[in-house]
Design a protein around this ligand. Structure first.
Ligand SMILES: Cc1cc2nc3c(=O)[nH]c(=O)nc-3n(C[C@H](O)[C@H](O)[C@H](O)COP(=O)(O)OP(=O)(O)OC[C@H]3O[C@@H](n4cnc5c(N)ncnc54)[C@H](O)[C@@H]3O)c2cc1C
Length: 578
């Protein structure tokens, strides 16, 4: 079946919905989502969205932009960070005007709290910059935007999984999707296509990410010749529930929670004397692992099981109940402990992809270091790389990225579609996807996808995790290549057409394998340590050779690496101290 739209948006998280809201005002717009829209991972975001409103203490967008650049270890494109910080204020007030119920100060203004790496006056001390709705900020953003999209008559294709991008030369023409309910293939022809498919934490064994975060958008693009930028930078959030990876928001530390080792020492005093527990995430995650590796973790005799404590007992029941209600309930449900009475056992968890589909500040996808644009193709949100997060993202800057760059992309699409032709597509554009699905469902038997997934996640976690070295990463590349080989023989066990989740999971696994390969290859190639990319064999940041973005191209079974310049037009890179 072929559907005609002017704009097609893949993904209904914060980025996709904001873009849809803008694009739908000037074009016939469809949103496809493999999940029911409000189940997107944006709904799991807890802590907040940053903006230098200065509601509770002095703050300036310039400080916010600087923190973003420094937090990203100077790999951030500085004009993009400037836009992020400047447009943050209007973005938050727009959300408020659209009905988002923010938590308030006693005077009725939007309340703000502290988050890691956000400082006053270029690093003097923590500043209260994160706007929040208790610890359900993302949930509220998603509900607000979804209601507005319904009001604007956006056409939703719920539970449609996009499996291919249609390109004609250098121009996007639409997408191919499987309808979950029927197994039918649909072609959506469009003048403009925007990917907003979110993150891909499911590459790793322990992750805060939802099961659906499998990087479908970046993988589809990579297979169509589009490079992925800075894939080596994957953020481990310092505080996942030990062993499970479920996120304990940084808001706990923002409200005053502290990390402690086996001696109940507040060890962050040694690693970050100024910001302490609110240092950027890469630094806090490494500090935790350094304590654990030194035998200073709790249960220090069996290192594999070691962890540290996040102590929030001194915050009191009222603060926990009003500002961190979901966190309190997670601790009770998953750990059987009340954070008002006992410290929370935590370890770093794979959390956020700084890298992704390269775009300019209008959300247009670019093809190379010279900035060549793919006509009509856009990306926004976690699957994209603008790059405002560089080598390490600051907490609360992702929700902001969705809103600011989702909106900019949607606005640009509104202009673009006015002068672009409506594509005339035939059913043949879905031939490759159809043949692939026919092969996966040919009724023969093959290796089980679940085992391949598990081995991939363990290999990525152990060999391309927080600490990296050449030998481990080469071994990971070999593992992933062998798994990709085995994957070719995988077949779907369930041969039915309706709600064939087996088929869709196998497609997702293929996406994760491709992204794992690109991640490991990009990481092996970068012989320095910067932000979240921390190498034991190259421990220093090396601006002379590595102040540049990576562009990784998937070429059959190999990865070709190229580079793109970093925009350092505002601040000179400096050593990072906190
Ligand atoms: C537990 C948790 C807490 C977080 N807390 C915060 C926070 O407090 N502050 C902050 O700034 N950031 C936070 N983050 C990060 C932030 O929430 C995410 O980066 C952000 O929500 C991603 O939004 P998105 O719109 O890019 O994608 P998502 O919200 O992940 O949405 C992706 C969409 O794409 C769709 N999709 C994916 N693949 C396909 C396909 N093949 N076909 C069709 N549709 C597809 C999905 O159905 C979904 O609708 C948190 C992340 C997690 C995991």
């Amino acid at each position: 079946m072929i559907h005609q739209f002017e704009t097609v948006i893949v993904g209904s998280g914060g980025a996709g919905l904001y873009a849809a809201l803008e694009a739908s005002q000037r074009s016939k717009t469809a949103v496809l989502s493999k999940l029911y829209p409000i189940r997107s991972h944006t709904g799991a975001a807890q802590g907040g969205i940053s903006a230098a409103l200065g509601n509770v203490e002095e703050d300036k967008p310039e400080w916010h932009a600087f923190d973003t650049v420094k937090g990203g270890d100077y790999l951030v494109d500085q004009q993009a960070a400037h836009i992020l910080a400047e447009e943050a204020i209007q973005a938050v007030y727009d959300l408020e005007n659209r009905g988002l119920p923010f938590s308030r100060t006693p005077e009725g203004r939007i309340d703000q709290r502290r988050f890691g790496g956000h400082t006053r006056n270029f690093g003097e001390g923590p500043v209260r910059r994160a706007c929040y709705a208790a610890d359900r900020t993302g949930h509220m953003i998603l509900q607000t935007l979804y209601q507005q999209c319904i009001k604007n008559e956006v056409s939703f294709f719920d539970e449609f999984q996009v499996v291919d991008l249609i390109l004609e030369g250098n121009t996007a023409r639409g997408v191919v999707a499987v309808e979950l309910a029927t197994g039918e293939l649909h072609i959506l022809a469009a003048k403009a296509v925007l990917f907003a498919t979110g993150g891909f934490g499911r590459m790793f064994k322990i992750t805060s990410n939802a099961f659906a975060n499998t990087g479908d958008g970046p993988a589809v693009c990579a297979r169509r010749g589009i490079p992925l930028e800075d894939m080596e930078f994957f953020q481990f959030h310092p505080t996942g529930i030990m062993g499970l990876g479920i996120l304990i928001s940084e808001a706990v530390r923002g409200e005053g929670g502290i990390l402690q080792n086996r001696d109940r020492e507040r060890f962050m005093e040694r690693y970050s004397p100024t910001l302490l527990d609110l240092a950027p995430r890469d630094i806090v995650a490494r500090s935790i692992m350094t304590e654990v590796r030194a035998g200073q973790g709790i249960r220090g005799d069996r290192r594999i099981d070691d962890y540290v404590h996040l102590d929030a007992t001194h915050l009191g029941e009222t603060t926990l109940a009003t500002k961190l209600p979901d966190i309190t309930s997670f601790c009770k449900t998953y750990l059987g402990i009340d954070p008002a009475e006992k410290p929370i056992p935590v370890l770093p968890t794979a959390h956020y992809a700084m890298g992704g589909i390269p775009t300019d500040v209008q959300g247009r996808v670019i093809l190379d270091g010279a900035g060549t644009v793919v006509n009509g193709l856009y990306a926004a949100g976690e699957c994209a790389c603008v790059s405002v997060h560089g080598a390490n993202r600051l907490g609360t800057n992702s929700l902001l990225d969705l809103v600011v760059f989702g909106r900019r992309a949607g606005q640009h699409i509104g202009d673009y579609v006015k002068q672009a032709d409506q594509p005339q597509l035939t059913a043949a554009v879905a031939d490759e996807a159809r043949a692939w699905i026919a092969q996966l469902t040919d009724g023969s038997t093959g290796p089980h996808g679940g085992h391949i997934m598990d081995e991939m996640q363990v290999s990525m976690m152990e060999k391309v995790g927080i600490y990296r070295n050449a030998d481990d990463m080469k071994a990971a590349m070999d593992d992933i290549q062998a798994l990709r080989e085995r994957y070719r023989a995988v077949r779907v066990q369930d041969t039915g057409r309706a709600f064939n989740t087996d088929l869709l999971e196998i497609i997702e696994l293929g996406n994760l394998l491709d992204l794992s390969l690109l991640t490991a290859a990009s990481a092996l190639n970068r012989t320095e340590s910067r932000g979240a990319h921390s190498r034991e064999d190259f421990a220093e940041r090396d601006d002379d050779n590595w102040l540049k973005h990576t562009l990784a191209y998937l070429e059959d079974d190999t990865v070709r690496i190229d580079h793109k310049a970093v925009d350092i037009s505002i601040w000179e890179p400096k050593p990072r101290t906190y």
